[in-house]
Write a protein that binds this ligand. Sequence first.
Ligand code: SF4
Ligand code: SF4
Ligand code: SF4
Length: 162
Amino acid sequence: MTKLNAFEVFQLLPKTNCKKCGESGCMAFAVKLLGRQIELEKCTPLFEEKAYEKQLKKLQELLTPLSEALETGIILEEEKCIGCGNCLIVCPVNVAENPESSAGIGVAPEKEENVIYVVKDGKAKIIDLTKCRRYADTEKLSYAQCRVCEIYCFTEAIKILI
Ligand code: SF4
Ligand code: SF4
Ligand code: SF4
């Protein structure tokens, strides 16, 4: 999975550090874009100056999947999920809240509201993403680096874009 990074986004910005977006420079703007704390449209030179037309198109292509991701950058594509349950077993939050998960037993109905992932009708579902280790640092734009569920989802139904 290709992970979006701020440097890649920065390279496509005008790199003039003009501050018209209200940020201290293009790198700061790139970091906020990935944190979804600012909109691309705030970089007005990108939209107003013909010279940046190709860069703008590329940026829009890059950032569109992110706009569809959940708060922590996670995308769960149900059609790719085979219900194997790996995400339940490897997610440290799922295991802490429901230790039986580590034995591949699944999540007992009474514990469902405490976990992130459950498998229902052969498909993984996200119950409470606010419990994800990546979630807590969203405000600080410093995402905790857990991506275990993505690594162990062999069908690539889980993607973490940032
Ligand atoms: S408005 Fe665009 S070019 Fe100017 S500093 Fe912000 S991101 Fe950079
Ligand atoms: S999301 Fe991936 S790891 Fe989780 S049950 Fe579906 S296929 Fe398995
Ligand atoms: S990123 Fe980590 S904590 Fe968050 S859902 Fe995936 S495995 Fe669980």
